[in-house]
Ligand binder design. Sequence first.
Ligand code: MLT
Length: 305
Amino acid sequence: CAPGSSSASGEGYPDRNVEIVVPFAAGGPTDTVTRLVGDPMAEELGVQLIVQNVEGAGGTVGAGQVASARDDGYTLLMHHIGMSTAPTLYDDLAYDPLEDFEPVGLVTEVPMTIIARGDLEPENLEDLFAYLEENEGDVTIANAGVGSASHLCGRLIQQELGIELQEVPYDGAAPAIADLVGGQVDVLCDQTTNTTGQIEAGDVKAYAVTTPERVESLPDLPTTAEAGFPEVEVAVWHALYAPAGTPSDIITTLRDALAVALEDSSVVDQMASLGTAPVAADQVEPEAVTTKLTEQIDLWGDVLS
Ligand code: MLT
């Protein structure tokens, strides 16, 4: 066994750095949330939390790597709604989201924004959707791979309009939004944790948020429901996981550190400036992740199949 841990219990855990796998490219929304909570978690645990970006296949490569990692508490996964879409979208998924992980707790729920390259003509969501319908075969929509949150939102848009756009996959929403700003792709649905800066800088055109309520930090953006498209609604929930078999006292230690991080005023303020907030304290529990994951696998299974 690795020093300071045993398969029976987490006595002395942690006594060395802990790795958190982010299954998307650095700089994107999942990476941003992980680094935000990782710093105060590290302080609480007394070791460093090393973020490892393991890209590919809409987050399933990174998730699969953690599913097969040692159950000693030194390899974790920060993932999001993609844990619930992958079972429907990947026939040969290398893991079972409910069986191959020990959930630690929910982290945050992030609104998405429908954005386009800055020189696209439409000025509002209704006109953008009409543009997509009229130019169906020529419009490119970026995402972070099949099963990613941006891919899911793109599917909701295409299903709502009954069209098929050219989907352009990236290893994460960071390279995707870079190409959108550069004009290489036309449209992207991405989380406020990644788009707020570009929207505020005027580098992209923003049309709506995909949550029932407007986002306080983007007050001028209408909701999709206000614009007449209530079916295009999705919020990207994030959770922290360890491999199945990780001792329960290690999960409790991690859960306690995550709860402290989510109460950290700097984390709360930074999340607020990026359009999101920590989950309620009673959601920072393994059972809350299992409940959410089960419900979301069913929901997106119906929508995507
Ligand atoms: C996604 O679109 O699923 C991810 O948020 C992409 C990312 O975190 O880079």
